[in-house]
Design a protein around this ligand. Structure first.
Ligand code: ATP
Ligand code: SF4
Ligand code: MG
Length: 292
């Protein structure tokens, strides 16, 4: 059974004229790291929020360990939240600027009425390679990298099975990015975590993921194992991300549906691209008429 799954999920924000996530089906099994890559505005954060039960879906089913979230009461959902923890891009946002780190780290335990000892807080910090002295600090006294480590420690507080990470290193300097990626790799093994990771940065996706989904204009256009997608990308958009060989016409807009949303930028577009391509197996999954 999948740890997390989406079946034909669409999301439309109230008042918006279009779906920003369109008919997405994805799953994460135990031990997997699903990397979702896509450009700004492609719907990555919305997709993660739908998966976390933070935005309502307009269609489809969101499930955690096989349980459809829409069948849970808000109380049941709150109880299950400790198992699936988000980490967001802005490390400062997760931390109250007025509180010492001690209080921010203790908060998840308080919310779940669980007592926590000083030793447990120190152990949590050591897991993210921070010293006990950090407990006394306030967020403004920490670097961005340290804040993201604290945010990770906070996400780990209630022993989640899964972390859902939205651009977890984008706000950090490149050298710090590498350290946090290494830390995530270590934590994943040590705690046997499943990860869902969103990034616009292919390097980050490549460093962490076992499986990859490529999102364009709200749709998954290609999906497979890391090796399948990186070694043999089939969709022209993925090809343009992975290699320099295919140059998309980047200044062109997203084409309206029906039809392939990439057709305004695609060097291979033909009349056949005026039908919206379905995600179909060609070794791995791709939504493009060209590779048919
Ligand atoms: N709360 C909201 N209400 C209405 N529209 C929204 C809302 N949040 C996002 N959108 C729109 O939905 C689309 C997808 O946004 P989303 O933030 O999911 O993309 P993203 O891939 O995470 O982008 P980025 O890489 O910039 O973070 C965009 O067109 C955005 O303007
Ligand atoms: S369906 Fe057509 S426009 Fe879309 S990516 Fe494939 S070839 Fe390009
Ligand atoms: Mg986003």
């Amino acid at each position: 059974m999948s740890v997390l799954s989406l079946e034909h999920v669409s999301v439309r924000y109230p008042g918006a004229g279009r779906d920003v996530v369109k008919d997405v089906s994805l799953s994460v099994d135990a031990g997997q790291v699903l990397g979702i890559v896509g450009e700004s505005g492609s719907g990555k954060s919305t997709l993660l929020k739908a998966w976390l039960g933070l935005v309502p879906v307009t269609a489809g089913v969101v499930a955690w360990s096989g349980t459809d979230l829409s069948t849970l009461s808000s109380r049941e959902l709150a109880t299950r939240r400790s198992a699936v923890q988000p980490v967001f891009q802005d490390p400062g946002a997760a931390l109250n600027p007025r509180l010492q780190i001690r209080a921010s780290l203790a908060e998840p335990f308080e919310i779940h009425s669980r007592p926590v000892s000083e030793a447990e807080l120190v152990r949590l910090l050591s897991e993210v390679q921070l010293g006990a002295e950090v407990l006394e600090r306030r967020p403004h006294e920490l670097s961005a990298g340290m804040k993201q480590r604290v945010a990770l420690a906070r996400a780990l507080a209630l022993n989640p099975s899964t972390l859902v990470l939205d651009e977890p290193v984008s706000a950090l300097d490149v050298s710090v990015q590498a350290q946090v990626i290494e830390l995530l790799t270590t934590l994943r093994t040590k705690r046997q975590l499943n990860l869902v990771l969103v990034s616009h940065d292919l390097g980050v996706i490549r460093a962490l993921s076992t499986h990859v989904a490529v999102l364009f204009a709200g749709r998954v256009v290609e999906q497979g194992t890391l090796e399948e997608v990186f070694r043999a990308p089939l969709h022209p958009y993925t090809q343009s991300l992975v290699s320099d060989a295919v140059k998309p016409l980047v200044d062109r807009p997203i084409a309206p549906e029906p039809g392939c949303s990439f057709r305004a930028r695609c060097p291979f577009a033909t009349d056949a691209c005026h039908f919206t391509p379905r995600l179909e197996p060609r070794g791995h999954l791709v939504a493009c008429v060209r590779s048919a």
